[in-house]
Design a protein around this ligand. Structure first.
Ligand SMILES: [Zn+2]
Length: 68
């Protein structure tokens, strides 16, 4: 039987920059790269920060994933 744990994830936007040479696959708009500082708190114990990168389109606000 599983047990639920409360996980609080705090995200803080640390940087925003336009991605040159890439366009949104849906509308061709410019893509914005955003970096989040993520801190996971489990049982009031904060785990080390992690930097997460997300991409989204400026025009249609789609969240995008980047693959090489
Ligand atoms: Zn778009």
């Amino acid at each position: 039987m599983g047990v639920f744990h409360i996980v609080n994830q705090r995200e803080k936007l640390v940087s925003r920059e336009g991605l040159k040479g890439h366009g949104c696959p849906r509308c061709g708009g410019p893509v914005l790269a955003m970096e989040f500082d993520t801190q996971v708190v489990v049982f009031c114990v904060p785990f080390p920060h992690k930097i997460k990168r997300r991409f989204c389109c400026v025009v249609c606000s789609r969240r995008l994933t980047y693959s090489h």
